[in-house]
Ligand binder design. Structure first.
Ligand SMILES: Cc1cc2nc3c(=O)[nH]c(=O)nc-3n(C[C@H](O)[C@H](O)[C@H](O)COP(=O)(O)OP(=O)(O)OC[C@H]3O[C@@H](n4cnc5c(N)ncnc54)[C@H](O)[C@@H]3O)c2cc1C
Length: 474
């Protein structure tokens, strides 16, 4: 019997597991995919928002500002790529100037630090490549970019190190609510738990309905992106937003933590659940709208298109509360943007709710709350030499685009929560993220996974279950 079962290993489930694993509890995370961070958490804008967007006095406002401050401290402690580059909301006309003033006032109420309204010349001084018709901007220096999948993976690794069990490839198919515990049926086994945290992203309404009555539903909304090569990454230095609309925060242009440039997302309401296809129409809309921000982007240097699904709910705020049928079933649902920014604060709040529902949260005497990871190309020459001397695998470059060594792949494969797929290694070590998108390094990573984890070569998967790369021996 588990004290707590967390359903879903996205950033919300990961953050809750990270905190709960530090308590004297028996906990598990149940995830339907082959790895953690395979839902919305791996496909978003990767922005840690300052917090001026959400309406004051909402959970979204409170948890965004707190989460943004927590991630600033957490990212270096977990060796997660994070850059506090600040954001600008650009005003193109008189109406936009009114909007940025409104956002500034809202940000002040929400507790966003150090914002400023900048004049056109001050905005150009920060960003010389933006459209010359801009009238001013809202500057928020606390905004940052992060690697969302690395933040999620790092928290899960620490949770695993602290004894949290991860049941991957376990799709929850039924939940029985039996007086003082739950019986959870997955595609592989039955699991019993006293408390459930429902962090199943765009499927959180389905999970809730399995256990009892559900008073919300989720309507996924797709957002499509361009990810451009590093040669476009220097064009822009901060996160550039256009003014938000009812559909969302609009099309942004921003550098990523790895030095690429990201452009997107659009907003496609009424999207079919789980449809992640990108379309010519959607991408054209993204590129044409981003031209108002800057017309200097060369889209021929695009290295990847992708899309993510927002968990838009039938309510305006995050839904983080016990279900109507049991105080021991806590919904963490409708976690649309700024869910990534808010996640560590969402976890704190979930722990408060668990305590109110009667769960005792006693801190363990010994637990980990940090993680160290070697990133070879960030080391000095002296450090590199030392590293190769201690482990010659760091002298073997596997990914030429991003200078990633075999040592870093081994580090991921022997972590407390080892990946078993090519994309799992990609999300941890960064292989296949460069210009060639794995064209060169994939066969080598494939061999290393097979060798290190003892998986037959033809059974190594690309990402999702059944995504085999080879069909048999030549
Ligand atoms: C286009 C877009 C842009 C965004 N940009 C930003 C941004 O810049 N900044 C920001 O702060 N936020 C942003 N967000 C929001 C942010 O990405 C989400 O709030 C966050 O990732 C949600 O995390 P989650 O853990 O709730 O869901 P998910 O990451 O989707 O995790 C849910 C998990 O539950 C699993 N699951 C579902 N059903 C089952 C089942 N039956 N059994 C077992 N497991 C199951 C899924 O496989 C998945 O892994 C954006 C979102 C989108 C779509």
């Amino acid at each position: 019997m588990y004290d707590v079962a967390i359903i879903g290993a996205g950033i919300c489930g990961a953050s809750v597991s990270f905190l709960l694993s530090q308590k004297k509890l028996k906990i598990c995370v149940i995830e339907k995919e082959t790895d953690v961070s395979m839902g919305t958490t791996k496909a978003n804008s990767a922005i840690i928002h300052a917090g001026y967007d959400p309406e004051p006095d909402t959970l979204m406002a409170r948890l965004n500002v707190r989460g943004t401050a927590l991630i600033k401290e957490l990212a270096p402690r977990l060796s997660v790529p994070y850059k506090q580059i600040g954001s600008l909301v650009l005003a193109f006309n008189e109406q936009d100037l009114k909007t940025i003033n409104k956002l500034y006032e809202r940000g002040k109420i929400n507790g966003v630090p150090d914002m400023q309204i900048l004049k056109a010349e001050e905005t150009f001084a920060k960003e010389p490549n933006i459209d010359k018709h801009i009238k001013g901007s809202l500057w928020a220096p606390s905004a940052a970019v992060v690697s969302p999948w690395e933040l999620c993976t790092a928290m899960c690794e620490v949770a695993a190190e602290n004894g949290c069990e991860f049941f991957l490839e376990n799709e929850v198919t039924a939940i029985e609510n039996i007086n003082d515990y739950f019986k959870i049926t997955t595609s592989r086994q039955k699991i019993q738990a006293n408390y459930i945290i429902n962090a199943a992203g765009i499927h959180s309404d389905i999970i809730c309905k399995m256990a009892g009555e559900c008073d919300f539903s989720i309507l996924p909304s797709k957002g499509q992106y361009y990810l451009l090569d590093k040669n476009q990454g220097e064009l822009i230095h901060h996160i550039l937003f256009q003014c938000p609309t009812k559909a969302g925060k609009g099309i942004l242009v921003s550098p990523t933590t790895s030095g690429n440039l990201i452009v997107g997302p659009n907003a496609e309401i009424d999207n079919k659940s789980d449809d992640l296809a990108t379309t010519r129409e959607g991408l054209d809309f993204v590129a044409n709208t981003a031209k108002h921000t800057t017309d200097k982007i060369n889209y021929r240097d695009n290295v990847r298109n992708f899309s993510g699904l927002r968990a838009i709910s039938t309510r305006d705020d995050f839904i983080i509360e016990p279900a109507s049928f049991s105080p021991r079933f806590i919904n963490v649902a409708g976690i649309k943007s700024p869910g990534l920014s808010a996640a560590p604060a969402i976890a704190e709040y979930v722990l408060e709710l668990l305590e109110k529902s009667g769960l005792e949260l006693e801190q363990k005497e010994n637990y980990s709350d940090s993680r160290k990871r070697i990133v070879f190309n960030e080391l000095s020459d002296e450090e590199k030499k030392k590293c190769i001397k201690e482990n010659p695998a760091y002298g073997n470059i596997v990914c030429r685009c991003n200078t990633i060594t075999e040592g870093e792949i081994l580090q991921a494969l022997h972590s407390p929560l080892p990946p078993r797929t090519l994309d799992g290694v990609k999300r941890r070590a960064g292989t296949g993220m460069g210009r060639c998108q794995g064209g060169f390094c994939s066969p080598r990573v494939h061999e290393i996974i097979s060798r290190e984890l003892g998986i037959p070569f033809e059974q190594v998967e690309q990402d999702k279950k059944g995504s085999y790369i080879v069909l048999g021996e030549f």
